[in-house]
Ligand binder design. Structure first.
Ligand code: ADP
Length: 472
């Protein structure tokens, strides 16, 4: 109820009370003036006075009840209004999200379709390589976008948990992150310096999440620093407040494009970018820093950005990590993403491809057959298990197992194969799936699979992964 009505009601009650009281007093005084005593006045007119009092009290009670009722009504109205505003905001956020997604997905898809058209028209042109590369770049961007969006939705719904059960050497970890950008830094002739000033470099962490944080921030520095610029990464240790934990401070500075004063306060918001890809030709989803901030907060840390447009950007983040209290020497090979091993020759090997999607099955089979592999195809988990049972022991050297298949999914099929006696139950199985989260990898392991290959298929990685499991 609005306060004006309340004021009017209080005014009426008070006014009515005063009039009644004054009326009564005047009445008593007049009667006493006529020579009656107080008890006589009350004696004769007791009934009348009582009636007035009853009326007055009842009326006050009624008004009080109404006041209470109006208060409850206004509270409910306020709650309803709040819920309406929240629902509207959620709706607006959903519409903005769908709008952004639709735009961001359509852009690379139209590039893919456009370049595929060009390829069709100019089959033997010298531009075909460039068209193919453009298609690959757009596809890569689409995958990144999908991964980022999924990560955001998992973070927002609280599905992502921090599991710091892995022990790593922070020194080696930094090398393994830096090496990812080796090529692009060389291409852009960027001067990159790392200062590592950490005493206790053996820490417990959730490697995938820590890696994501460093890749996002360092990746931005590389992305937004033009040719000839420089980037520095300083990592230092600050003694922690809790025993067994230390704070590790990372400062990544670049001499790149910088961020405007207007955009800086929005830098951690999802889907925001200072400039679109059309404006600066630098692609991005506008989700990297949003995810980074959420991950850092999940670990229990802080992140800050200082930047001057045209001069450069400095990102500082502090993470509290449990440490073993040791300083361990760096492995010389650390940072070399893959230590090159002699690959097992794939020619003549037999691989069973369990995949229900026809197009995916064709791509995987083509990739394998090009490497000289003999392939068999199962359209679902049941067929896969039957093919292993029907063929002789050791017939298949490996199985590529899709996860979401009709009749029997990949996990169940793998479990049934592992339960088979002899060599049949020992055949290496690789999960090939678009489910690429840590939980999916864990599920694959629990189902008895030997590894995990992400869709869409990277031909080289697929062959490498198969050769690794066959080798073991
Ligand atoms: P993305 O890079 O995919 O657009 P981010 O969330 O990682 O998304 O960053 C949001 C925006 O912040 C970027 O679009 C860019 O405008 C700005 N930004 C982030 N890091 C830097 C940097 N090191 N230098 C200049 N601008 C940056």
């Amino acid at each position: 109820m609005n306060s004006r009505i309340k004021k009017i009601q209080i005014f009426i009650i008070t006014g009515f009370t005063i009039i009644l009281a004054m009326g009564n007093i005047a009445y008593i005084l007049v009667r006493m003036g006529e020579g009656k005593t107080v008890s006589e006045v009350f004696g004769v007119y007791r009934e009348t006075i009582h009636m007035f009092l009853y009326m007055w009290i009842t009326w006050i009670l009624m008004v009080l009840c109404q006041l209470k009722f109006s208060h409850m009504l206004s509270k409910t109205r306020a709650e309803l209004e709040k819920a309406r505003i929240e629902a509207e905001q959620a709706n607006r956020a959903k519409t903005t999200f769908l709008f952004n997604m639709s735009h961001d997905i359509r852009t690379p898809i139209s590039a893919i379709m456009g370049f595929a058209d060009m390829l069709k028209k100019h089959k033997n042109d010298d531009k075909t390589d460039q068209y193919i590369e453009n298609i690959q770049v757009s596809t890569k961007y689409l995958i990144e976008l999908m991964d980022d969006v999924l990560e955001v939705s998992r973070l927002v719904s609280g599905e992502v948990v921090y599991d710091d059960s892995t022990v790593i050497n922070l020194d080696e970890f930094c090398d393994s992150v830096s090496v990812v950008f080796d090529e692009s830094m060389k291409e852009k002739k960027l001067d990159f310096n790392v200062n590592f000033d950490v005493l206790h470099n053996e820490v417990y962490c959730d490697t995938a999440k820590l890696r994501r944080i460093y890749l996002n921030v360092l990746g931005n520095a590389v992305k937004y620093t033009p040719e000839g610029g420089s980037i520095t990464m300083d990592i230092s240790e600050i003694p922690g407040e809790e025993k067994g934990s230390n704070s590790y401070k990372t400062v990544i500075s670049d001499t790149g494009l910088g961020i405007s004063k207007e955009y800086l306060p929005h830098v951690f918001e999802e889907f925001t970018r200072q400039r679109t890809v059309t404006e600066n030709k630098i692609s991005g989803t506008g989700l990297g820093l949003y995810i980074t901030k959420h991950l850092i907060e999940l670990i229990g840390g802080t992140i800050e950005i200082e930047s001057t447009e045209g001069e450069g950007t400095t990102v500082t983040f502090v993470l509290s990590l449990r440490t073993t209290g040791k300083r361990v020497p760096k492995n010389k090979n650390a940072g070399q993403e893959t230590v090159k091993k002699d690959k097992v020759s794939m020619a003549g090997k037999r691989v069973l491809v369990a995949e229900d999607n026809e197009l995916n099955a064709i791509i995987v089979k083509d990739v394998l057959e090009e490497a000289g592999v003999l392939t068999s195809h199962a359209e679902d988990g049941v067929q896969a298990v039957n093919l292993v049972k029907e063929n002789s022991e050791g017939y298949f050297d490996a199985i590529l197992m899709d996860i979401q298949m009709p009749n029997l999914n990949g996990y169940e099929a793998a479990k049934q194969i592992r339960a088979l006696p002899g060599k049949r139950g020992e055949v290496p199985i690789l999960a090939v799936t678009a489910n690429v989260f840590d939980e999916d990898k864990k599920n694959a392991k629990e189902a008895g699979m030997n590894g995990h290959v992400a869709k869409p298929i990277d031909a080289e990685k697929l062959i490498e992964s198969i050769s690794e499991v066959i080798e073991k």
